[in-house]
Every structure is written in structure tokens, then in C-alpha cells.
Write a protein that binds this ligand. Structure first.
Ligand code: F6R
Length: 239
């Protein structure tokens, strides 16, 4: 694992976008597993602009959404589906068969998890891009989760329920999440954890400096064979 600190979020986003571009150029048929949220938003914008400018073909690319709020419709602006459609799928004109999402209102969540587990076991993940929760969650791998977990449904941590309100226009009951597991994160060929802003400084410092422990899921990144923690100066201010 390496750590890179950028002067501001724009430079951070640009660097992540360049790694995404490199990954597609190296392997046009690659698989990306992508988080939603404010951390990667600007990187995705720059990435799609560069793809268009450089006329890069994305027809063979596969996208897997990292997670979803259980019980909240995909059409809600707080969903990973909505976010990735807005920032990745539509700008790149990706086909439906290229993009894979959990159904947050499925009747059978075991089948939903099996569907994405199966896809990951067939394709692998070439690049996974994640943010980090104030509690150290990655995706919805909340404190206490086993690093051996593949896709699963989980009761959301109180911090996640509270902070998660920022994605919704009105107060929303958030109880469970469905997520790609830490095992998939650890097995991805390359992992990027992004963070910006001073609010993330403490958890970024813990992630890097504390021993690997289930109470801070993000610390597992220390054992990843090819991971980068990429932050702006503010999020990196306690390192
Ligand atoms: C979102 C996700 C979450 C966020 C994390 C940070 O798909 O998986 O784990 O990455 O909560 O959120 P932001 O980037 O909005 O600070």
C-alpha cells in the first residue's frame, strides 16, 4: 500500500482519472468496481471528459456498483445506481449489459449477492475505487465485518445512517446496505481509496497508522498487494 497526498481535490481527482484511463488502455475488457459519493465524483467527471477527448473505446468495459441502500429505490438521487448512471454510464454511453448493480428492492437478496459474487469470480476486479466512511467503512463493510465476506447485506452503523442523510433531499430511514465485500476489495488487482477534506483526516490517519483490525475495516488496505490511498492535503493532514 502506498499513500499519495495531493495539493487539492482537483489534482487528486485528475490523478485518479489518469489511473482509470491507464487501466482501460492496458486492458480494454477490464472490470471496474466503483463507489458513489462525494470522494470520487470529480475524478469520474474528469475521467469521462478524458475518455471522450482521447476517443477511447469503452465498449468492452464492465462496471460493477460497489453498494446500495437496501429498500431505497434505484431512481432515488441518493442511490449508487443514480450516481453511477449520472457520472459514468450516461457520459460514456455504456450499454445495460456492461453495467451491474445490486437491486435495492429485490425480494431475494441472497440471489442479488450471488449474482455479483458470480460476476466477480468470473471477471475479477481490475480496479476498485472506494471512498471511506468516518467510521472506516469501505463500501458498506461496517466496523466488525469479517475481511472474508464477499457480497452481503448488513445492518448499517449509526454513523453511516447519520452521515448518509447528506445524499438525500429529505430525512430518509437508512437501515441496511448491500455491498461488495472486503474479500473482493482485497482481491482486486488494484485498489484506490480516495478521501478529501479535513473531516476525513482522523480516519485516514487511523487507516494508515493503526494495526489492521475489524473495528476499522479500512485498515485492511494495509495488507492489499496493490493499493493506493490518495488524499488531498486536508484529508492527509494528520498523517
Ligand atoms: C458509497 C460508499 C461509501 C462511501 C463513503 C464515503 O458507494 O461505498 O462507503 O464511499 O461513505 O462517502 P463520501 O465519498 O460521500 O464521503
Amino acid at each position: 500500500m502506498t499513500t499519495e497526498i495531493f495539493k487539492d481535490n482537483e489534482l487528486l481527482a485528475e490523478a485518479v482519472a489518469d489511473l482509470m484511463i491507464k487501466s482501460i488502455i492496458d486492458k480494454p475488457s477490464g472490470t471496474f468496481c466503483l463507489a458513489s459519493g462525494s470522494s470520487p465524483e470529480r475524478a469520474y467527471e474528469i475521467f469521462t471528459e478524458k475518455i471522450k477527448l482521447q476517443n477511447i473505446d469503452c465498449k468492452q468495459l464492465t462496471i460493477i456498483a460497489l453498494d446500495e441502500w437496501v429498500g431505497i429505490s434505484r431512481e432515488d438521487s441518493g442511490s449508487c445506481y443514480y450516481f453511477l448512471n449520472k457520472y459514468i454510464v450516461k457520459p460514456l454511453g455504456l450499454g445495460e449489459s456492461q453495467c451491474h448493480f445490486f437491486d435495492p428492492i429485490a425480494t431475494d437478496f441472497t440471489a442479488e449477492c450471488d449474482k455479483i459474487d458470480q460476476l466477480i469470480s468470473e471477471n475479477g476486479i481490475d480496479l476498485i475505487i472506494v471512498g471511506i466512511g468516518l467510521n472506516g467503512h469501505i463500501g458498506f463493510n461496517e466496523p466488525g465485518i469479517s475481511p472474508e465476506k464477499k457480497c452481503h447485506v448488513i445492518d448499517l452503523d449509526e454513523v453511516t445512517k447519520t452521515v448518509g442523510q447528506k445524499y438525500f433531499d429529505q430525512p430518509t430511514v437508512l437501515a441496511k446496505g448491500i455491498t461488495v465485500g472486503l474479500k473482493h476489495f482485497m482481491e482486486a488487482k488494484m485498489a484506490i481509496l480516495m478521501a478529501n477534506g479535513v473531516k476525513k483526516a482522523e480516519i485516514i490517519a487511523k487507516t494508515i497508522q493503526e494495526k489492521v483490525k475489524v473495528s476499522v475495516p479500512s485498515t485492511h488496505i494495509q495488507w492489499h498487494k496493490n493499493a493506493k490511498i490518495m488524499v488531498d492535503t486536508l484529508a492527509g493532514s494528520l498523517i
